[in-house]
Design a protein around this ligand. Structure first.
Ligand code: PMP
Ligand code: GLU
Length: 397
């Protein structure tokens, strides 16, 4: 008998984390696996930020911080919103959490009642669908494809709205597609949501700094909708701080208070030392960390060039984040002589076995036609990985 709750039995493991774990286990067994599965910068956190953390330890920041984060950090985030996004968020509208992941969970649990619908354009980041279902909500997906740059139109969003819709969640720059919404596209979406006062918007902007050709635009810039928008952001990606676990929201005061109450019961405030490191990060002009974006851009261009050399798959040019999300349907129905590749998951397992390269199946992101390649790793590793993938794909007949 399974004594665990229905809640946990229904919850799927994070596919990005599961694939990263599998790669690690295979590596430990001596297999030469290249992991392009986990989306995290390969840079060590910059020195100035690490120094701030060391100082925080020496200065005795070892006690429980206020639940929503230290006052100086919330003030610095408020200033960051003004400086970088031209948005007004007072410190009481900001809640700092243990990663953007917790911020998103807080918001979903604070807003979504069982049976309410949450519109999510697919492909979407893995955890949205599971968090919505954990809250008892019903994800309503909008299908997009590589041909329209994986972006839903305002009309598609409008068509998905019902009287039960409570929330619209999306990321821009998007994980896993790298797509970025323009100001006009966001405005059009905001306009179709506006006439439905029960609908809130969760705008996941964690990849804000990892963008190439396009400017970062936030849907919160439109005053007519701002009081229904929650911005989620954090320091994991833009400052190479994945392990520190600091994320935050900018939100209407009532939602910020709800998230404060939520984490007051679940986790308390995020780590005191990590908060002081994040304070250094967000109060520094981001141009100081620009070298990371430059290197992601160089790698993106290199990966796209190498991918062009591989027949069969179809992909867009990602404008941000550090992923490429090729459509691999061309390979479905082909075989390596042993098994037939039926879907993206089969293709990922084949590449893991044959090329010894781990990717993540698009199924985890709501698009079973695609696979996700994370290029947040060194040029040499990327070149070797693409060479192996090319050889393995060529064997499929
Ligand atoms: N949103 C997106 C789109 C992500 O890719 C990630 C990466 N894990 C997160 C949120 C969560 O980030 P964090 O490390 O701050 O929890
Ligand atoms: N966001 C990263 C990814 O999509 C990290 C893994 C995770 O948090 O799920 O790979």
């Amino acid at each position: 008998m399974n004594y665990l709750s229905k809640r946990i039995n229904d919850l799927e493991e994070s596919a990005t984390i599961a694939m990263a774990r599998l790669s690690r286990e295979l590596q430990e067994q001596g297999h030469d696996i290249i992991s392009l599965s986990l989306g995290e910068p390969d840079f060590v956190t910059p020195d100035d930020i690490r120094e701030a953390a060391k100082k925080a330890i020496d200065d005795g920041f070892t006690f429980y911080p206020p639940i929503a984060g230290y006052a100086d950090l919330r003030k610095a985030i408020s200033e960051k919103f003004k400086r970088e996004n031209n948005l007004d968020y007072k410190p009481e509208q900001i809640v700092v959490s243990t990663g953007a992941k917790q911020s998103i969970a807080n918001v979903i649990l604070s807003l979504v009642n069982p049976g309410e619908e949450v519109i999510v354009p697919a492909p979407y980041w893995v955890s949205y669908s599971q968090m919505i279902q954990l809250a008892g909500g019903i994800p309503v997906y909008i299908d997009t494809t590589v041909d329209n740059d994986f972006k839903p139109t305002a009309q598609q969003v409008k068509d998905a709205i019902t009287p039960k819709t409570k929330l619209f969640i999306f990321s821009s720059p998007c994980n896993p597609t790298g797509s970025i919404f323009s100001k006009e596209e966001l405005k059009a979406i905001a306009e179709v949501i506006l006439p439905h006062p029960q609908i809130y918007i969760l705008s996941d902007e964690i990849y804000e700094h990892i963008r190439f050709e396009a400017d970062h635009e936030s849907i919160a810039q439109f005053d007519f909708i701002k009081d229904r928008v929650v911005i989620v952001n954090g320091v994991s990606k833009g400052y190479a701080m994945t392990g520190w676990r600091i994320g935050y929201i900018g939100a209407p005061v009532e939602i910020a208070k709800a998230c404060d109450k939520m984490q007051g019961q679940f986790t308390s405030a995020p780590c005191s030392i990590a908060q002081k490191a994040a304070l250094k990060a967000v109060s520094t002009e981001w141009s100081h960390y620009e070298f990371m974006r430059e290197s992601f851009l160089r790698r993106r261009d290199m990966v796209l060039e190498l991918m062009q050399d591989i027949p069969g798959w179809k992909f867009n040019k990602p404008k941000g984040a550090f992923y490429v999300f090729p459509d691999v349907t061309y390979f479905f129905g082909k075989t390596d002589g042993e098994a037939v590749i039926k879907n993206a998951t089969d293709l990922c397992m084949y590449l893991l076995k044959d090329a010894k390269v781990s990717l993540v199946t698009g199924e985890a992101f709501g698009d079973p036609r695609c696979v996700r390649i994370s290029y947040a790793t060194s040029d040499d590793i990327l070149r070797e990985a693409l060479k192996r993938i090319k050889e393995s794909l060529a064997k499929l007949k």
